[in-house]
Design a protein around this ligand. Structure first.
Ligand SMILES: Cc1cc2nc3c(=O)[nH]c(=O)nc-3n(C[C@H](O)[C@H](O)[C@H](O)COP(=O)(O)OP(=O)(O)OC[C@H]3O[C@@H](n4cnc5c(N)ncnc54)[C@H](O)[C@@H]3O)c2cc1C
Length: 288
């Protein structure tokens, strides 16, 4: 392995300058758990790494009245340890607590997980469920990218060259909202999902019908995706067992699952059908 330059900027502007001037030869890193594995396997050979971990605002984890703000370098372990996140964003809490092992979660960040843009990224599913907004900064300033537009393809995100992810904002869900995430794996720990299934249901004022539904799937296509047809079947309706099962079938149909060594397409499709009602039940939604 060739030697690597290792740079530690103190603020976002300096990081952006370093990355822009290097013209793609430097890579930004937070925990470097993905990047390091790729360097070791020879998939990546950058000239240098720009560590973002010395930039204080990127470590901010704050629950405001309107949103949860997660700095791009916040680790999965900090999210796992947050009682506030567990109470208000249970699907995000469940997903981040399921990443790798505690050792991995101690260094791996939410920002790295999203920027890596793997179809299997656990935290991508709650980012879609909660309509999260990714805040990016580059030479021309800051801009906001909805999570639904952040993943462009396996390993490809919507950041422009030289731009970095600064924080992710999760709007506070209305009271009464229920959500959960199910990570389907072959064994219990240190395993990427065969499938990730997340559901968020927000009740209408009548207390019976669903005002807003979100169903998001990981490893069900080239990018983490929302099952919009399935969501539409639940919105404005009572979540009866029959309707939930129709929505689950619709989500299985609109998924773009494929065969991989972790699981066959038919199995993934079948498990979407099985897991959506299960996640809704575990989230605490009363299904009549
Ligand atoms: C043993 C092991 C088990 C794992 N298990 C899981 C698992 O169960 N689920 C799962 O989803 N993942 C898993 N992973 C993958 C990895 O740990 C996660 O994706 C992790 O969250 C990546 O975070 P990081 O901070 O280490 O990212 P890094 O490796 O630092 O970066 C990942 C990518 O994002 C880019 N990047 C990082 N930060 C920024 C930023 N702020 N702005 C712009 N680009 C940025 C990097 O250039 C790189 O392309 C595992 C990895 C290992 C080694």
């Amino acid at each position: 392995m060739n030697s690597l330059e290792y740079l530690q900027p103190r603020d976002v502007a300096e990081a952006v300058t370093l990355l822009t001037e290097a013209g793609g030869e430097y890579l930004p890193v937070t925990g470097a758990t993905d990047v390091w594995a790729n360097i070791r396997s020879g998939k990546l050979a950058p000239r240098g790494l720009v560590s973002l971990t010395g930039i204080a605002p990127l470590h901010e984890l704050r629950l405001d009245a309107g949103a949860l703000v997660v700095g791009a370098a916040v680790t999965h372990a900090r999210i796992e340890d947050s009682a506030e996140v567990a109470a208000v964003y249970p699907a995000l809490h469940r997903a981040c607590s399921a990443v790798g092992s505690r050792q991995v979660r101690n260094v791996a960040s939410l920002g790295g997980n999203l920027c890596n843009a793997a179809p299997s990224a656990d935290s991508a599913v709650p980012a879609l469920l909660y309509d999260a907004v990714c805040v990016a900064e580059g030479r021309s300033g800051r801009r906001e990218i909805p999570a639904a537009e952040f993943f462009l393809g396996p390993g490809r995100n919507a950041l422009a060259p030289g731009e970095i992810l600064v924080e992710v904002r999760f709007p506070r869900p209305p009271l009464g909202t229920r959500a959960d995430y199910w990570k389907l794996t072959r064994r219990k720990g240190v395993e990427l999902p065969i499938l990730g299934v997340g559901v968020r249901l927000t009740p209408a004022a009548d207390g019976h019908t669903v005002a807003q539904a979100r169903i998001a799937l990981g490893v069900a296509g080239p990018v983490p995706m929302r099952a919009r047809g399935a969501e539409a079947l639940l919105e404005g309706e009572e979540p009866t067992a029959e309707r939930v099962s129709r929505a689950a079938a619709a989500a299985a149909e609109e998924s773009q699952v494929r065969d991989s060594w972790r699981g066959k397409a038919w199995y993934r499709r079948e498990m979407i059908r099985v897991l959506i009602p299960r996640v809704i039940g575990r989230a605490g939604v009363f299904v009549s």
